[in-house]
Design a protein around this ligand. Structure first.
Ligand code: T5A
Length: 215
């Protein structure tokens, strides 16, 4: 049986490479939606439920045995299946906006483009384990070295994925940009190389224009 991936207008995702400023930009998204009187649920991937947060810990812990690319992909989707059923769908059903710091596009970019896993396999997991995609995805696009420089001052103990080399993150960035070009109605690309206040204003403007277009 073919399962469809439905686009939900109240599911908004924020994507980007390491240190792109997602955490900072999410405040602008919440403020914009709340100013219009909407309930907002902020969440993140991998994570968002107690079990999915435990899977996140497994995924990001740099210690122990090497995590194979296939294992990494399946753990991302195990966390996502739990997150979608326990948090995302119930919130959408009661009328809230769900703003997710990363969603399935990260699996296409990191595990697909970054690790080289088959996009059709990821699409099959998306159809079977997720079944939903955001109505709006804000992609914070940033030079790889600049993103890494931003987080290098913060992280004394980089996580397992942050330890990858620049060429991995260049493939991830190209993957995000390719997805944005393929789905221009869903993606808005924001230049994240500017000061935080300017990035926040650009995120706010992109979201407001998109919401006005929905009305
Ligand atoms: N992952 C995730 C996959 O491989 N597949 C998947 O399917 C999913 C869902 C965890 C990791 O999991 C991977 C991707 C990740 O490697 P994460 O927690 O979102 O995902 O990890 P990061 O992207 O690494 O999160 P960061 O916190 O590092 O980045 P943010 O949230 O984009 O950046 P933020 O806002 O914390 O800012 C980073 C630093 O930069 C400064 C901030 O003050 C902060 O110090 N900063 C700026 N500095 C200058 N100018 C600006 N405009 C700035 N904006 C922020």
């Amino acid at each position: 049986m073919t399962r469809a991936v439905l686009t939900h207008p109240r599911l908004v995702s924020l994507e980007g490479g390491e240190g792109a400023g997602k955490t900072t930009a999410i405040a602008a998204i919440r403020a914009c939606l709340q100013a219009r009187g909407h309930e907002v649920v902020l969440t993140r991937e991998p994570g968002g439920t107690p079990l999915a947060e435990r899977i996140r810990d497994l995924l990001l812990d740099p210690r122990g045995e090497k995590l194979e690319a296939e294992t990494e992909l399946l753990l991302m989707f195990a966390a996502r299946a739990q997150h979608v059923r326990q948090v995302v769908r119930p919130a959408l059903q009661r009328g809230a906006y769900v703003v997710s710091d990363r969603f399935t596009d990260s699996s296409y970019a990191y595990q697909g483009h970054g690790r080289g896993l088959d996009a059709e396999w990821i699409a099959e997991l998306e159809r079977r384990a997720v079944g939903l995609k955001p109505g709006l995805t804000l992609l914070l696009d940033l030079d790889v070295r600049e993103g890494r420089a931003r987080i290098s001052g913060r992280d004394l103990w980089p996580d397992r994925i942050e330890r990858e080399q620049d060429d991995f993150f260049e493939r991830v960035r190209a993957g995000f940009r390719q997805r944005a070009a393929a789905e221009p109605e869903r993606f808005r690309v924001v230049d994240a190389g500017r000061p935080p206040a300017e990035v926040g204003a650009a995120v706010d403007a992109a979201l407001a224009a998109w919401l006005d277009g929905q009305a």
